[in-house]
Design a protein. Sequence first.
Length: 275
Amino acid sequence: MRPVWRGAISFGLVTIAVRMFGSTEEHDFRFHQVHPEDGGRIRYKRVCEICGNEIEYRDIAKGYELEDGRVVILTDEDFDKLPVSTDKSIQVLEFVPTEEVDPIFFQKTYYLEPDKTAGRPYVLLRQALEDTDRHAVVKITIRQRKSLAILRARDDVLVLHTIFWPDEIRKPDFGFLDQDLEVRPQELKMATSLIDNMAGSFKPEQFTDEYRDAMAELVAAKAEGAELPERPEEEDQGDVIDLMTALERSVEQTRAKSEAKPAPKKKSKSGKRTA
């Protein structure tokens, strides 16, 4: 992996030199736009809508349109003069309880790796965050853009999440929120039983990307001129039923599946699993 940022975590008088790496990669299929008759790629030209000329990328500036229709043109030199700090530091502002950080704020996630001489303070901060069950609220400048972020411990590394500013989180404005909707005790009891029957541990590796697998099969078939796979028929869900009946049937189904699972083997005093 190549680092996308280099700098240092700074809290109090402690400085930890780190490199930042993207933590995720998409494995989705990337398609080109092509001419179906000959497979030729469709290319786009950068054309000015006023003069009609094709513009080279190096000659393009950024423009911001005002409410009155005027366009303010900004060049790279203008961005260099922005009155914001561009220092390469992750400045810790405060440490907050983990449960107070709502994941809705998370924007993008990065791994932080310590430089060779920063291993001990790096591990110290990671361990301290784990022991206190807290996240660090920090500020970081990436590509001249200062962002608010959360620094937390995950397994053996420090992870940084850039987060949205509070005014960027939309407020849900749905009609049902103004309705006086009541849930009957029997329905709540059934829903709780259903959740208990379907309870498990989060193990993402047990799930697969069915869309990607199906797309790989389709592409392979098209490439070889083979018969294309067919979409399976949708299972008939039956007649529309009321909420309570749906809950009762769901509890019965999930209970049956749960009882059909083999019981986990117990460990003996010697540490060996017994039947």
